[in-house]
Write a protein that binds this ligand. Structure first.
Ligand code: ATP
Ligand code: MG
Length: 416
């Protein structure tokens, strides 16, 4: 019986894992500077938490959720995204009593039952942030600038920042009516999904990836023409802040995002190098969600970065070096092997990656292994070396060899 990972799920192994670690550690170091603190959230939640927040008439809830019954018959769902849990936690622990804004980040796997393809998995990883308690567009600007800095510090270039405002509960109903009028004329030509969306959630039609629907939305009314005064002002202020910080963006009136909880600001970062699955990060404001979850009215916004897509891009344009042992200790005979282990322990205390020999192999095959591991140095210990308290060293990267006293190994390595 040969096993393989579940469909749409993958193992991340070395050397790719070093891309992932680079992405995560870069993001963490930027989160620190902007005051975003880490939270850990459960991988499952009660199903209604997602239905309520993401929206019953969205692709995620209608088609993509991994929903099960637990042993007590409760309906639980593997999280398809992080915002719902973060908001649930914010309200459950009354974090609204702390000074605003409260800024959090999380990182971990999400699950969506999608058709697996390039850049689209059933288990995929996100790094996400959520910031609560400030309605001013300065928070939107800060979060967008932070996202840009994270992506650039990771090493990505040529990204497109698309931005839109999708209004709020005051102005969006008017816009929905305008869309219904517009698409009503060609209802029968829309794809079956969009015909359903027409009735339940017409904004979603703007997000459809089907060719025929993309054509039909030419000339559709733009949401930004329907914003109420307050939403307009919020959006204009955000755009002028971004301009003053020299952030280049594109206005995209079709950017509506696949979740219902968004209000006002919506944004997406795309790359031209990824083909169809080009969004590497996306986010927006969700000013009504905390109240929906039983908290006091609390404006909020967030984004999520898709790790697989970032890693794929990075691999292509800015590969990350894999670490390798600093030293491989080749030994001949039992006594030398034990000495080798002791030396390895000593050198590990100064923070070095040291690989010992686990017995048996010839010197030649040990040196071949050292090479395959990419070790910088091979130390060689045989009977003679043991007698005189020295090792033979070979620099496998630059060439050269010599002898050093066992007691001087740390200073030797520091000096080369
Ligand atoms: P898409 O339009 O590609 O389906 P989405 O709008 O469903 O994206 P979000 O819910 O906004 O995605 O998630 C934020 C980011 O997470 C996306 O921009 C993408 O990089 C990543 N992402 C979403 N779904 C997947 C998936 N199934 N596999 C890999 N990455 C994903
Ligand atoms: Mg999706």
């Amino acid at each position: 019986m040969k096993y393989s990972a579940p469909k749409g799920m993958q193992d991340i192994l070395p050397p790719d894992i070093y891309l992932w670690q680079h992405i995560e550690s870069t993001a963490r170091s930027l989160f620190f500077r902007y005051g975003f603190q880490e939270i850990k959230i459960p991988i499952i939640e009660s199903t209604d938490i997602f239905v309520r927040s993401i929206g019953a008439a969205t692709d995620i809830v209608e088609k993509e959720m991994y929903t099960f019954q637990d042993k007590a018959g409760r309906s639980i769902t593997l999280r398809p995204e992080g915002t719902a849990s973060a908001v649930r936690g914010y309200v459950e622990h009354s974090l609204y009593n702390l000074p605003s804004p409260q800024k959090f980040f999380y990182s971990g796997p999400m699950f969506r039952y999608e058709r697996p393809q390039k850049g689209r998995f059933r288990q995929f990883y996100q790094i996400g942030v959520e910031a609560f308690g400030v309605s001013q567009p300065s928070l939107d600007a800060e979060v967008i600038v932070m996202l840009k800095n994270i992506l650039e510090s990771i090493g990505l270039r040529d990204l497109g920042f698309e931005i839109n405002s999708i209004g709020d509960e005051q102005c969006r109903p008017n816009y929905k009516r305008a869309l219904v009028d517009f698409f009503g004329k060609n209802l029968n030509e829309l794809c079956p999904d969009c015909r359903r969306r027409y009735a339940t959630n017409p904004l979603r039609i703007l997000d459809c990836k089907v060719e025929q629907c993309i054509g039909l939305r030419q000339g559709a009314p733009a949401v930004t023409d329907y914003l109420c005064g307050e939403c307009r002002e919020h959006f204009d202020e955000l755009l002028s802040m971004l301009q003053s910080m020299n952030i280049r963006y594109t206005l995209n009136p079709n950017l509506v995002r696949g979740l219902d909880y968004y209000t006002r600001t919506a944004f997406e970062v795309t790359s031209g190098h990824l083909g169809a699955q080009k969004a590497v990060a996306a986010g927006g404001r969700y000013d009504k969600l905390v109240k929906e979850f039983g908290g006091p009215p609390t404006p909020a916004l967030g984004f999520a970065i898709g790790m697989e897509r970032i890693a794929a891009l990075l691999k292509e344009i800015a590969p990350v070096d894999s670490p390798a042992p600093r030293v491989f200790i080749a030994t001949l005979g039992k006594e030398a092997e034990i000495e080798g282990f002791k030396i390895a322990e000593d050198l590990r205390t100064i923070g070095l990656w040291v690989e010992p020999n686990y017995g048996g192999a010839s010197l030649k095959s040990q040196l071949r292994k050292a090479d395959r591991l990419g070790a910088e140095f091979a130390f060689i210990i045989g009977e003679n070396e043991l007698k005189v308290g020295k090792i033979q060293w070979k620099n496998l990267k630059k060439g050269g060899q010599g002898e050093v006293e066992i007691n001087d190994l740390a200073p030797f390595l520091r000096g080369v």
